[in-house]
Design a protein around this ligand. Structure first.
Ligand code: ADP
Ligand code: MG
Length: 378
């Protein structure tokens, strides 16, 4: 059995490591933050970041195969270790760069929103004038949870746009969004499986709730699964890929399914698979890393909702981090799991934990999730 490395020790890395533990794998994590879930909860954590050559050399000397918990893991320092990476270095390079990602999708025939690239140093305001308002300007590198994005509706919004962004800009048409969904693909050298479609609700650009089954037509769900599988195939993926989709109406007035962005890793929307599916996203990736063939995940009966727990819940309880007062849980037998990531410091908007509700219908699951979170806040 190989030793598996994880670049990044956040909650995604922690849950993946737990799945690897159950397969009897040795796991080594590279993480610089002493208040990360892996640093708090695990042994075999090398303290260091992915851009630190010494830490990287030590990490790779100890692992046979390695994956990452963020597409923003810098790619250039990983070049000497490319043969050990799953997903591959190329997949990481494409998915961490919005310009490469959008171009890749378009060149392979996958529908994206209408977009235009603005090279670093080029005049972004002139590009916006050509492209037309309204639009969204997104930084090519480093964005997540809505960071590095600017919604431009009127001429005056252009004044608040920084003159440059890391890697340049992608300008996108603004869709009238009906819903956002995601699809996980697990793919090894022999076969590929897709998970059921999740419906995602965001608050302040951060994933807030994931609902399963998604409340969109079955034909659209099939289309999303096919597209996700096609993208993974085009990337020659070995590992796990999350494909985020928009369902909405663009400048052409037609309602369609669009690929929004890709994450070559387990995803917050996939937390729900730990209870809702026969194989979780973490188990699926653990199998691939351990060389065990993938199997088709099926969803259990009923409806499921994952609710994110941000630092605000701790602060509302008068706590600075660590444990949460779970007294309210006694009134919610339909909350089937609470997972607290173990971060010591609670900050506003920091992902500190999540929970999963099981109910008869998606609406009921959502309603109960909202109520549970409200009661936790006291
Ligand atoms: P990230 O998740 O990396 O911050 P996204 O591209 O997924 O970046 O954008 C974050 C959120 O902003 C999306 O989930 C969606 O709600 C909204 N959004 C992004 N692009 C568009 C668009 N072109 N039209 C409408 N809404 C958008
Ligand atoms: Mg996104």
């Amino acid at each position: 059995m190989p030793t598996v490395g994880i670049l990044g020790g956040g909650q995604l890395g922690l849950m993946l490591a737990e799945s690897l533990d159950r397969l009897g794998q040795d796991v080594v994590v590279l993480e610089a933050d002493a208040d990360s879930p892996c640093a708090q909860r695990r042994s075999n954590v090398i303290s260091g970041g992915p851009a630190d050559p010494g830490a990287l050399a030590t990490f790779f000397s100890r692992v046979d195969v390695a994956t990452f918990d963020s597409e923003n893991t810098p790619a250039p320092p990983l070049v000497p270790y490319a043969s050990k990476l799953a997903p591959s270095l190329r997949v990481l390079e494409v998915t961490q760069d919005r310009a490469k990602e959008k171009t890749f999708l378009r060149d392979h025939g996958f529908r994206t929103v209408k977009f235009e690239l603005v090279a670093p140093g080029a005049d972004v305001k002139a590009a916006v004038h050509r492209f037309g308002l309204p639009c969204i300007a997104k930084s090519v590198l480093g964005g997540y949870d809505g960071k590095g994005q600017h919604r431009l509706t009127t001429e005056t919004d252009l004044n608040s746009l920084p003159p440059s962004a890391p890697g340049g800009w992608v300008l996108e048409e603004v869709l009238q969004l009906e819903s956002e969904v995601s699809c996980l693909v697990a793919r090894d050298a022999r076969s590929s499986v897709t998970f059921p479609i999740f419906e995602n609700l965001h608050a302040h650009h951060i994933l807030d709730l994931t609902v399963l089954p998604a409340r969109i037509a079955p034909a659209l769900q099939d289309e999303a699964r096919q597209v996700a599988d096609g993208v993974a195939g085009a990337l020659e993926l070995v590992g796990l890929l999350t494909v985020e989709f928009f369902i909405g109406t663009g400048r052409d007035g037609v309602r369609r399914l669009y690929v929004n962005e890709l994450a070559p890793r387990v995803h917050n929307s996939g937390h729900v698979t730990r209870q809702a599916c026969t194989v979780s996203q973490f188990d699926a990736l653990a199998r691939i890393l351990a060389g065990v063939p993938v199997v088709q995940p099926e969803v259990h009966r009923g409806a499921w909702c994952m609710g994110q727990l941000l630092g605000e819940v701790w602060l509302a309880q008068g706590r600075s981090g660590g444990a949460l007062d779970l007294t309210a849980w006694k009134d919610f037998p339909d909350v089937v799991d609470v997972y607290v990531y173990g971060k010591r410091e609670a900050r506003a908007q920091r992902k500190m934990g999540h929970f999963v509700v099981h109910a008869d219908t998606p609406e009921r699951a959502l309603e109960r999730a909202a109520l549970f979170r409200q009661r936790l806040r006291g």
